[in-house]
Design a protein around this ligand. Structure first.
Ligand SMILES: *Cc1c(COP(=O)(O)O)cnc(C)c1O
Length: 375
């Protein structure tokens, strides 16, 4: 049997929608993008959404629009995709890593204050595997030290913790529509915020800092245009938005199916002494975008290979950012700098978890895992 690591949910309706856009005039950022932004903000219970071309740029643009730059420090976690820390480097600021909790992989909020200096300007928490960080606590820390909070919610459109959702207790929350995420346009991203003036600024700066959109210029007889500030170029466009609209309608259905697979994995694996599962906190509803198992680091690679020999698509999400060649060279990080993140990463096997995964495939994966870990 061959089980893919991921399969997206683009179907007949999305293809019809994108085809309609392809037959339209604008293609770029216009009405379909606006429609998606409205519905996305609405889904998240936030005032505004701003479509961009990736979560990486959502993070970059958020930092840039909030005025974070050279000389500033931004606190984040080493257990994430490189994008989280890279965005900090793009604006000329310095990432300051804080280790994670050993049972969840989320940034250890009790270690954050020790990492704050007079240069610290912001915190980027990452909602790992789909579970939200403790936003209430982060919000308090941020208020106390006058820091901005930008959430990396690439894996967490659907999550909720103690009644709080991404974007509700922060300056902005950043999302990804990359092919492996819960809804996708191949590549894409968005920012949500409750701050209307920040949203306006994000819209200005996602397109060079030009005062008028392409459509507005198209319709303006005098063809006026002005560039007010130096912006980036990372606007979402209508082709992307038309792929996303119908998936957003089905997002709860997708979550239900992933949750049911997640539950089955949990039930069948929780008694396996070789396998540990990340803990989902009480009063936390994970978006369940990733199913991760933690095994003894000494045998992880063997299991990883065994699973692939059985035809099962796997991955390691994520490698510790600070131990990548670039970060080691630039900042001098050594093994052991963030021991919990490193241990989690060295223990991790990320398994398939997506709505199109069939029951027979889930059973097969569980069967193979139990067999491998018995030998
Ligand atoms: C996928 C992902 C990103 C990057 O998203 P892109 O849209 O590919 O830029 C950032 N952070 C996390 C935690 C992710 O999983």
């Amino acid at each position: 049997m061959k089980v893919e690591f991921y399969r997206h949910n683009i179907g007949v309706k999305e293809i019809k929608d994108v085809s309609r856009t392809l037959h339209s005039l604008f293609l770029t950022t216009a009405d379909v993008t606006s429609a998606f932004e409205k519905r996305f903000a609405n889904y998240l219970g936030c005032k505004r959404a701003v479509g961009v071309n990736s979560c990486t740029e959502a993070l970059h643009l958020s930092l840039y629009a909030l005025g974070i730059g050279p000389g500033d420090e931004v606190i984040t976690t080493p257990l994430s995709f490189y994008a989280t820390a890279n965005a900090i480097l793009y604006v000329g600021a310095k990432p300051i890593f804080v280790d994670v909790e050993k049972d969840t992989g989320l940034i250890a909020t009790n270690l954050i204050e020790k990492a704050i200096t007079n240069k610290t300007k912001a915190i980027i928490p990452v909602h790992m595997y789909g579970q939200m960080c403790d936003m209430k606590k982060l919000h308090q820390i941020a208020k106390r030290h006058k820091l901005k909070v930008i959430e990396d919610a690439a894996l967490c459109i659907e999550g909720k913790r103690e009644g709080i959702r991404p974007g509700q207790l922060s300056d902005s929350a950043c999302f990804s529509f990359h092919a492996i995420k819960s809804i996708t346009s191949g590549e894409g991203g968005a920012i949500v915020t409750n701050n209307k003036s920040l949203a306006k600024r994000l819209k200005l700066l996602r397109l060079h800092g030009i005062s008028k959109t392409f459509k507005e210029r198209h319709q303006d007889k005098k063809k006026r245009q002005d560039m007010i500030e130096l912006g980036l170029k990372c606007n979402m466009y209508d082709i992307q938005a038309s792929l996303l609209l119908n998936q957003l309608k089905r997002i709860t259905f997708f979550l239900k199916r992933r949750s049911s697979i997640y539950k089955q994995y949990e039930k069948e694996l929780e008694n396996n002494p070789k396998i540990f599962l990340p803990y989902i906190k009480k009063h936390s509803k994970s978006a369940k975008t990733m199913f991760v198992i933690w095994v003894d680091p000494k045998i992880r690679n063997k299991y990883l290979i065994n699973l692939q020999e059985f035809g099962i698509g796997v991955d390691i999400k994520y490698h510790p950012i600070h131990l990548s060649t670039y970060y080691k060279k630039r900042f001098g990080f050594k093994t052991g700098a963030y021991p919990i993140a490193e241990r989690i990463s060295n223990s991790t096997i990320t398994l398939p978890l997506y709505p199109k995964l069939k029951n027979s495939e889930v059973n097969y994966i569980i069967h193979c895992l139990n067999k491998i870990t018995r030998d």
